[in-house]
Design a protein around this ligand. Structure first.
Ligand SMILES: C[S@@+](CC[C@H](N)C(=O)[O-])C[C@H]1O[C@@H](n2cnc3c(N)ncnc32)[C@H](O)[C@@H]1O
Length: 275
């Protein structure tokens, strides 16, 4: 039985309306959204969740939006102990602590979509690498990839990339780099076939830098951003302008919807073929 179905039996219509339908499960940690008006029923929501997912050991309630450079949010512990967890995704093991680093289990399909495009012998740059889910997915799906560079500014996330590379036995393919893409990317100027930019809040600042990482013959940039549907053409124009600053241009731009972010705002990815 699904959580919603259990709650429908136990909650009034008014209370039910306030429970957010979707929740995230990362390893054995669950993350819920429960409004303050329903805090007196927190325990009932947790009990119902544990009936549906008996393997959950820790439950957090979201206490803020994601903030800051590291894209972290505040949580309140409402069940179990605060601890790191290990998430399984398409045969990968991803260790992390949701309090210290960004991770979204909702993007597994998108990571697969990107990884499937990577060809043998490619050198790939993953900017904003987090605990390494894109880098790991690429290296696992394309064993003949030459190298995957994974740049991350949050030292906790960087430590997890190192650990995740080790436990997935991908150390011969992935190079974790601690630092700011602003300074680190320059070291890879002209060396890459593909750049992944999974930072919807602010990746636009680095499009020129990403293009500069590509080999002279060109390559691909996967650029993530939030937008309303009607602003897509403007965003494509901004991409063109940014590419021009490093004397590159787009041969094609394919826009994909990744997920609903909030009402009328969608997370998109443009796969940009750069020449
Ligand atoms: C939206 S998260 C994505 C993390 C990971 N790629 C994932 O999908 O789980 C963006 C990450 O970029 C990192 N970050 C933000 N600004 C950065 C910068 N200038 N240089 C390197 N990393 C940065 C943050 O610490 C955060 O871990």
């Amino acid at each position: 039985m699904r959580l919603r179905e259990i709650l429908e039996k136990r909650f009034s219509e008014n209370d039910l309306k306030q429970v957010k339908g979707s929740f995230d499960i990362i390893g054995d940690v669950a993350i819920l959204e429960i409004p303050d008006s329903l805090s007196h029923r927190e325990k009932d929501v947790v009990d119902a969740l544990l009936e549906v997912h008996p393997n959950i050991r820790t439950v957090y309630k979201k206490e803020s939006e994601r903030e800051g450079v590291y894209r972290l949010r505040d949580f309140k512990l409402i069940h179990g102990d605060e601890k790191e967890t290990e998430h399984k995704e398409h045969g990968l093991r991803i260790r992390l602590d949701v309090r210290k680093i960004y991770f979204s289990p909702r993007e597994g399909t998108e990571r697969q979509r990107i990884a499937k495009q990577v060809k043998a012998n490619e050198t790939v740059m993953v900017m904003f690498a987090g605990a390494g889910p894109y880098a790991l997915t690429i290296a696992k799906n394309q064993p003949k990839v030459k190298k995957v560079y994974a740049i991350e500014i949050n030292p906790d996330a960087y430590r997890y990339i190192i650990e995740n590379v080790r436990i997935n036995k991908l150390g011969h393919k992935i190079v974790p780099i601690l630092g700011d893409v602003e300074t680190e990317c320059m070291k890879y100027s002209g060396k890459c076939d593909r750049v992944v930019m999974p930072l919807p809040k602010g990746a636009y600042e680095y499009i020129g830098l990403a293009a500069d990482c590509l080999k002279k013959k060109g390559g691909f940039i996967h650029y993530y951003f939030w937008s309303s549907k009607d602003a897509i053409e403007d965003i494509k124009e901004i991409v063109e302008v940014d590419l021009k600053t490093v004397e590159r241009k787009a041969k094609s731009m394919k826009v994909r919807k990744v997920s609903e972010y909030r009402p009328k705002v969608v997370k998109f990815c443009i796969d940009i073929k750069v020449e």
